[in-house]
Design a protein around this ligand. Structure first.
Ligand SMILES: [Zn+2]
Length: 291
């Protein structure tokens, strides 16, 4: 009789679960530390200076300056410590002109004053690329440097195993990657560093695993927080620390002070996303060793 020694059964909490829990705690603590830091506070102050433009103005900006990433008025740029270069042409948008009118109220002695839209006037704004000055405070820097050896090739094979094709192309400024489940394509910006590509590719793979219906299935803030949390865990596993880019990204999409709680609320999805990608990575390594 052929006897084989049976390996002890895995406990319900396997070591990898413990590692994942530790990484999740590390992420939560890192994000909480960031959102209570001066760096976060100064970033928030700058964010508050940027206007949320109407749909119409967003279209106007895109038509006149398709590469625009951060747009503000001349004086706002000055207040942010940057100067619009002389000769730069402004981007024309519409600003509402409102008039104060008194309206009758129940209290005769004290009429209410409301502001009603009267007309629009054209104002000019400028993209950050048209300005000079010190960089704005940032909390989501891109990683620089090399990848852990072979990481990208392994992630490409994971993408294939999950039914996705990876394309490296020039994406619009500020976009590092994208994932289309419908087309089965993950796109990565060609200009980012090898290290940043690793984190981006895991982030997009996490979207592929967790958000097959895109933002229709999961609201964008939650989807971004989950994908980037998975990226942090898997990158750590591959020997890359993405704290410099991940903590700010997660804090931003998680709603600042609420981010740590949002990570807890999404913990099940984050663990699942990390588990699927790590299993695919491990299977790939086993196949690689056997080849
Ligand atoms: Zn994303």
């Amino acid at each position: 009789m052929n006897r084989t020694r049976r390996r002890p059964r895995a406990h319900s909490t396997s070591p990898s679960d413990t590692v994942r829990d530790r990484l999740l705690t590390q992420l939560r603590d890192g994000v909480a530390a960031l959102t209570s830091s001066d760096r976060w506070a100064s970033w928030l102050r700058v964010q508050a200076r940027f206007h949320r433009y109407s749909f119409q103005n967003t279209v106007l900006i895109a038509l006149q300056c398709p590469e625009a990433t951060r747009v503000a008025g001349y004086r706002t740029w000055q207040q942010l410590g940057r100067q619009v270069r002389s000769g730069e042409r402004g981007i024309a948008i519409f600003a509402p002109i409102r008039r104060r009118v008194e309206v009758e109220s129940d209290d005769d002695d004290c009429p209410s004053v409301v502001r009603v839209l009267e007309s629009f006037r054209v104002v000019y704004v400028f993209d950050i690329a048209q300005t000079d000055g010190p960089p704005l405070p940032a909390v989501t820097g891109r990683l620089s440097g090399d990848e852990p050896t072979g990481a990208t090739a392994r992630l490409d094979r994971v993408a294939t195993a999950l039914g996705f094709r990876v394309e490296v192309v020039n994406l619009p400024d500020g976009v590092d990657g994208s994932c289309s489940s419908r087309d089965g394509v993950i796109r990565i910006d060609a200009r980012i560093s090898a290290a940043h590509r690793v984190v981006t590719e895991i982030h997009e793979l996490a979207h592929a695993v967790l958000h097959p219906n895109g933002y229709a299935g999961t609201p964008r803030p939650q989807a971004e927080l989950e994908a980037e949390s998975v990226a942090y865990m898997v990158a750590q596993h591959l020997g890359l620390d993405s704290a410099e880019t991940t903590f700010g990204y997660v804090a931003h999409w998680g709603g600042g002070d609420d981010a740590a709680a949002a990570i807890t609320a999404s913990a099940t999805a984050i663990r699942r996303g990390a588990a699927v990608i790590l299993e695919a990575l491990n299977a790939d390594q086993v196949a690689d060793a056997a080849a």
